[in-house]
Design a protein around this ligand. Structure first.
Ligand code: SAM
Length: 222
């Protein structure tokens, strides 16, 4: 029997027609195209991570907006950009160049549209940069990329290579299961709202970490 082939709509047109721009939850400085009950995201099949703000990205965006010196003047890669929220915060903080990278073509379209409605300029990369050598950037800012074991392991391996190449790596996360806690130094905590949490619920605890270089083995004292 032949399988059913799903024809996906053109990403930017779909987002413009089916999502609505509104201030991001607990992050009113940034407007995002957001899903609503009539968006019909089920038509797309794959989980639409890009259509929501995740707690990790919200915490990291809040951190960048509150301490703009962490991004000002730098070339910043928002990895696993989703809606592009972290990259947009970096651009608002005065980053010299911002790249939003995500392997999902709906995410790269959402990041470009969201940057536009926030009046900032970003570039989008759709290829899997974790399969490449460390890029020529000063800072990698990754919101909520430890949501699954395989993705988290891939990210951690690539962050190791990047920190060894002298690139700073910031991670935003609410404490998900696959977060490599032993490699992270906590920098700040913020109340944020996670994907799917309504206004009536208590805020989630969003954390921002620096990803640290691997520790050299301890010297053996004879
Ligand atoms: C949980 S979402 C977080 C989105 C956004 N950063 C936020 O916090 O709202 C994780 C994103 O990582 C992306 N992703 C997963 N593996 C990736 C890879 N190897 N390279 C780039 N993006 C990846 C997914 O497509 C998804 O959009």
């Amino acid at each position: 029997m032949l399988g059913v082939r799903r024809t996906l709509p053109e990403p930017a047109a779909f987002i413009r027609e089916n999502l609505r721009p509104s201030p991001a939850p607990m992050l009113p400085e940034i407007t995002l195209f957001q899903a609503h009950p009539g968006s019909g995201l089920a038509r797309l099949g794959a989980t639409p991570y890009w259509a929501y703000l995740w707690a990790g990205g919200a915490a990291l965006a809040r951190h960048i907006l509150q301490t703009p010196e962490v991004a000002r003047g730098l070339c910043v890669l928002d990895l696993g950009a989703g809606s592009g929220v972290v990259g947009i915060a970096a651009a608002k903080a005065g980053a010299r160049r911002v790249i939003c990278a995500d392997t999902n073509p709906f995410s790269t379209a959402a990041s470009a549209l969201n940057a536009d409605i926030n009046g900032v300029v970003i570039e989008v990369w759709g290829e899997d940069v974790t399969r490449r050598p460390p890029p020529e950037v000063d800072l990698i800012a990754a919101g909520d990329v430890f949501y699954a074991a395989d993705v988290g392991a891939r990210m951690a391996r690539w962050f190791d290579r990047c920190t060894s190449a002298g690139i700073a790596v910031l991670v935003g996360d609410p404490g998900r299961k696959h977060l490599p806690r032993r490699r992270l130094q906590l920098l700040a905590e913020y109340p944020v709202r996670d994907f799917g949490e309504g206004e009536g619920r208590p805020a989630t605890h969003g954390m921002v970490f620096a990803f640290t270089s691997p520790q050299p083995p301890e010297a053996v004292v004879p």
